[in-house]
Design a protein. Structure first.
Length: 523
């Protein structure tokens, strides 16, 4: 454990990370998750380690998941329930590397057996229940940020899961918890996907014997800085009582380290190389990689050693001559900065490898783009270009081929009534969707209207037209010489080039959005 404890972030023996969380368990009959315990996260982890079971730790980026896992395996040295402990940094798993090969590469230096038998020994200990296995940053080992990508990794990990095993994994909340399919998978009650069943069988795993995971959800209090933010504040000398967002702290740290090394002129090249590398799934770099792409000036005296690396304040040593960023957030920030350039978004979309886009990249992109907001577009035109779209667990880059002009205001009752009058006089066949059912009428759904004379009372002429079906909206748009936007066009227009969550930004504002929550508690 000495090598584990000494890696970034280095543990101090007397310190325990003070975090709280909810322990979620799955109901055996309904499959629903419920909160079973609330308390200090390290104490909840100790209970799981002692009693056994498989656990998923979820929390935002930099919330202390890695430190919790390291502290857990270090403390377990004094317990007899789990004699052996294995800690794996899953972010170091290569994209084309099988889990078996990764385990062998990580454990071979610590086992007095031949390399060909390392995984068998590990596998025996893990499935027998005599070992605690910590798989840190499992989301960073997923080959593709999709459900299929996770299933591919999960099928490999399932080899070491049994009812007796104690396997504790960690992931940022946005990837695993935001995906309904993955949540059902970890419940262990819905392993019915034929594709998943085939993958598990191919790994020699019986899908019916894959145990459930409990989940430890770390509390996310926006008002309280995360452990990573606190650490970065110390690095850049910022007062702890009013910390800026992680975006600003990490960018300040990157800028200061490069400036202190006299390499500030290389920052654009730094962004281009490491940002595009992250999108390709490349997060581990050899010294030769760095020299070939950024120049020999990166090393003092031309010596290709970690000690001579002028930017070692941003990197950790992960092999004899290989490094990775001290935290994945650094490279994600550089990827976001890279994507701010329209030409780079085009290049990423055209790459042979689908770009690896995380929720953290999206958030960084939005926050960094605030530094230079685009001018307002009075014409309400969506420019052609590449946009970041999709849910947090499946973000994508997609192209809008040509500029689009959107209506500035919602369709009013008066405009829709003019359409209805035209339909009464001429019929609607020339405007109707080709697949429209014969029984469809373009009249509003009268039974859904709260005000029965909404479409006939002149007082409501300038109000929005409501209770209209898709078929009617399609026909109305054609009547006005327009068309409905596609889902891609609509999302791109709402989220802009910076991938914001809502048209106005990332924060929920119930005063400007019409949704169920905005009317909660009102009459």
């Amino acid at each position: 454990m000495a090598d584990v404890i000494g890696t970034y972030p280095e543990l101090v023996a007397t310190d325990r990370l003070t975090l709280s969380g909810d322990l979620l368990t799955t109901d055996e009959h309904t499959g629903e998750q419920r909160v079973s315990q609330v308390g200090a996260a390290d104490e909840l982890l100790d209970e799981v380690a002692a009693a056994g079971g498989n656990l998923l730790i979820v929390g935002r980026s930099g919330s202390g998941k890695t430190t919790l896992l390291k502290q857990l395996v270090a403390r377990s040295a004094t317990t007899e329930q789990r004699r052996y402990r294995f800690y794996f940094d899953m972010s170091l798993k290569r994209r084309d590397e099988e889990f078996r090969e990764f385990v062998t590469r990580m454990l071979a230096p610590y086992m007095e057996v031949e390399n060909s038998h390392v995984f068998e020994v590990f596998h025996y200990f893990a499935r027998s229940g005599s070992v605690l296995v910590a798989l840190d940053a499992v989301d960073e080992a997923v080959p593709l940020m999709t459900q299929a990508g996770f299933l591919e990794l999960f099928a490999e990990l399932a080899q070491v899961l049994t009812a007796e095993s104690a396997v504790i994994t960690s992931s940022r909340v946005s990837f695993l918890e935001d995906s309904p399919q993955v949540r059902r998978l970890l419940d262990g009650t819905a392993l019915v996907s034929e594709k998943l069943v085939q993958q598990l069988h191919a790994q020699g795993v019986n899908p019916l014997q894959v145990p459930r995971f409990s989940a430890l959800r770390l509390h996310d209090t926006v008002a309280v800085a995360s452990p990573l933010e606190m650490r970065l504040a110390g690095e850049v000398g910022h007062a702890h009582h009013e910390l800026p967002h992680l975006t600003e702290l990490a960018w300040t740290h990157i800028s200061r380290v490069t400036a202190a090394a006299g390499l500030e002129r290389t920052l654009p090249s730094f962004v281009a190389y490491f940002g595009s590398a992250f999108l390709r799934g490349h997060t581990i770099f050899t010294f030769i990689d760095l020299v070939n792409n950024l120049g020999i000036d990166l090393f003092e005296g031309g010596r290709l050693t970690y000690e001579a690396l002028r930017l070692r304040g941003l990197f950790r040593l992960v092999g004899p001559s290989t490094v990775a960023f001290i935290h994945s957030a650094y490279q994600e920030l550089l990827a976001a900065e890279y994507l701010r350039d329209p030409g780079n978004r085009e290049a990423a979309l055209e790459s042979a490898t689908p770009p690896r886009l995380t929720e953290q990249v999206r958030e960084f992109l939005h926050r960094r783009s605030h530094a230079a907001p685009p001018p307002p577009d009075e014409e309400h035109v969506l420019p052609a270009g590449v946009y970041l779209v999709g849910p947090s667990h499946h973000l994508m880059l997609r192209r809008i081929e040509r500029p689009l002009r959107f209506d500035r205001f919602p369709v009013t009752v008066a405009r829709y009534n003019r359409f209805l009058e035209a339909v009464r006089q001429e019929g609607s066949h020339r405007w109707d969707h080709p697949d429209q059912p014969a029984e469809v009428s373009h009249k509003p759904w009268q039974e859904r209207l709260r005000i029965q004379d909404y479409f006939t009372d002149p007082a409501y002429e300038n109000y929005p037209a409501v209770c209209i079906s898709y078929w009617s909206a399609y026909a109305f748009a054609r009547y006005e010489g327009k068309r409905l936007p596609t889902s891609l066009e609509w999302e791109a227009a709402a989220r802009g080039t910076d991938g914001r969550l809502f048209p106005w930004g990332d924060d929920i504002d119930l005063d400007i959005v019409s949704c169920a929550d905005s009317w909660s508690g009102r009459h």
